[in-house]
Design a protein around this ligand. Sequence first.
Ligand code: F6P
Length: 358
Amino acid sequence: MRIGILNSGGDCPGLNAVIHGVVGAAHKLGWEVIGFKDGFEGLLPPGDYRILTPRDTIGILKLGGTILGSTNKGHFAAKIGTGKVAEVPKDIIDSARQTIDQLNIEALIIVGGDGSLTTGLQLYHLGWPIIGVPKTIDNDLSATAMTFGFDSAVTTVVDALDRLNTTAESHKRIMVLEVMGRHAGWIALWGGIAGGANVILLPEIAFSLEKIADFIKKRTAQGQHSTLVVVAEGAKMPDGDLVTLDNNCSGEVRLGGIGEQVAKRLQDLTNKETRATTLGHLQRGGAPTALDRILGMRFGVMAVNLAKQKAFGRMVSYQAYHVDSVTIEEAVNKLRLVDPEGEVVQAARAIGICMGDS
Ligand code: F6P
């Protein structure tokens, strides 16, 4: 038996752990693993791939990025912006199929987010032996309680807040930290709570700058002269607008800049010196945490189990501390957003964190 694996979309700490799990489990079954390079692009004739043996995976568990490369644009992009699904053209699929047939690939493991899994679903509907593995630091896929990469991103946010806190205290400043989170505020919420933020702003909760300024003024009156604010890149300014940079080639709007805007407004409203930091891709790079290494490895092993059962069209999923699977159909197009009334937000409010709305 010969199986293929590819990583598609933005990278994420823990991708190499998945490869480690897939190659290890497949080798145990006597199977050969072909790793396609740069996402689906590696499928295009003549094919860009390498055979992966356990020897090739020595030491990769702890590495960030992916040894296979990835792309979030190119010929197979199925999603351009929220909710818009574009079919991959038939001629592209037909030529990629030649590579799969020539190499006798009997299962193709796609490690990707919402967009890449949407492409995977289209291929599955055309009879391809697809197995999905969910991947996103944003942790916003509804069919899995957690994705690898999220914990690593949160850990980076916490480290940044710890550092910002000391300088904020020295200078009695407001520090605004902009973090990733395109549609969902999980990174901001978890990172903010764990890093001791005083204000957390999410895409899911509309905020008022005046209310945040009042909160900060009260803190100052109580002798707390520094304030840490975390804002998700996908949060909307009170006028309802996303703050964007420019479009990248795939048409997906690049978010960024809300931290600077919030900082400027808070400085004006509070008369306190305010600085903004954008954490950006530091959250995506670097070594995965222990949790992400283990989760990624387990996802990879489950993907091989699904291949063994010929359970095509399914995606690995993590539910209640258990790695299982769901149909890819169930998994795509449904984002798992932060519930503004949910327990984690309530816990944050209970300990006095301002969510920007009261
Ligand atoms: O979807 C994951 C994510 O990290 C988003 O939070 C962010 O908006 C986006 O990727 C950045 O993508 P790129 O690396 O293409 O700029």
